[in-house]
Design a binder for this molecule. Structure first.
Ligand SMILES: Nc1ncnc2c1ncn2[C@@H]1O[C@H](COP(=O)(O)OP(=O)(O)O)[C@@H](O)[C@H]1O
Ligand SMILES: [Mg+2]
Length: 303
């Protein structure tokens, strides 16, 4: 893989690529890391996985390397396809009516005889048409603005974040909305002193986005219920999940919800979940979704 016969020490990796050596040292047990570097003018993408153990008096760390370039390329082109179809849908929704309306307006002007035509009525109609064009294009402008949000996430500032404090803060913002809509809303943390290493602002924003989605999903449903839980996963990673008993996500949409601009709402931006995923990746974590339509939907942040 590294086109070398043997490695005498970790420094041998430094000679290949410094970030590779650093990642090998830094990788935590049972965590994956992705390293990219150039070897003989070729870009390599390696997935690193490590485990640690003690044998006798010695501490050992085993790191495995896997070349995942092919898998990455397949996933990447898959993501592009999905993104392109969402963007194309969004653009044609705005541009097709704009183009049709402009065409109609041109025809109206061409067909009007300046000697006999009622120019006042014509101007009124053209005015209406232009207003529609304006409204449609401002939709496209909004669309471009939201893509900026995705590109402009600040670097996370990691602090020890007490899960209870985070929940209190989010609850103070969101509880009034829940009350207003008669949604029964619960928080639960186990263990009580659960702490995350995370950026407070970014995670707060992520949680609020998930809760807003849950509120929207329960709208108009009987006995709406939303809960937020903090706990430790089986491999001891802090996890926060948001569960609701709203409409749910049909299986054909489950893979699409994290694609930028994917939305099923008339006035949705489709950016909330892709932002959440990007933020969790910046935390070296992830967000996953599970949904049983008609029963419940759960979004899980893994740190
Ligand atoms: N809790 C949920 N219940 C059901 N569907 C959801 C939920 N959260 C997200 N979705 C689906 O995922 C889509 C994308 O969500 P999001 O990225 O937040 O964009 P938006 O809320 O603007 O539509 C939503 O339009 C909806 O179809
Ligand atoms: Mg949303």
């Amino acid at each position: 893989m590294f086109r070398k016969r043997a490695f005498s020490s970790l420094h041998s990796f430094e000679r290949i690529d410094e970030s590779l050596a650093n990642q090998i040292l830094a990788i935590k047990p049972n965590r994956k890391a992705l390293v990219k570097f150039i070897l003989d003018k070729e870009l390599l993408n390696l997935s690193l996985l490590s485990t640690e153990f003690i044998m006798g008096d010695s501490w050992y760390k085993i790191v495995s390397f896997q070349d995942i370039r092919y898998e990455l390329e397949v996933t990447e082109s898959d993501s592009w396809q999905k993104l392109i179809s969402v963007i194309a849908h969004e653009i044609s929704n705005s541009v097709i009516p704009i183009s049709a309306l402009s065409h109609t307006l041109c025809d109206m002007i061409a067909e009007t005889d300046p000697a006999t035509g009622n120019s006042e009525l014509l101007i009124q109609d053209i005015g209406k048409g232009l207003k529609s064009i304006e409204a449609r294009s401002s939709g496209l402008v909004d669309f471009v603005q939201t893509t900026k949000k995705l590109r402009q996430i600040p670097d996370p500032v990691f602090t020890s974040l007490n899960c209870k404090e985070l929940f209190d803060l989010v609850s103070s913002l969101i509880a009034p909305v829940m009350q207003n809509k008669n949604i029964s809303f619960h928080f639960e943390i186990k263990p009580d002193n659960l702490v995350l290493l995370a950026d407070k602002k970014l995670i707060e924003q992520t949680l609020i986005n998930l809760l807003m989605n849950a509120i929207e999903a329960t709208g108009g449903r009987p006995d709406p219920e939303i809960s937020v839980a903090g706990r430790l996963s089986n491999d001891n990673r802090p996890v926060i999940s948001v569960t609701d008993n709203g409409t749910g996500i049909p299986p054909e949409n489950i893979e699409k919800v994290f694609i930028p601009h994917f939305t099923t709402k008339a006035h949705g931006s489709g950016i909330g979940l892709s932002l959440a995923r990007r933020i969790m990746h910046l935390h070296r974590g992830n967000i996953t979704v599970q949904s049983a339509p008609g029963i419940n939907t759960q979004m899980t942040l893994i740190f």
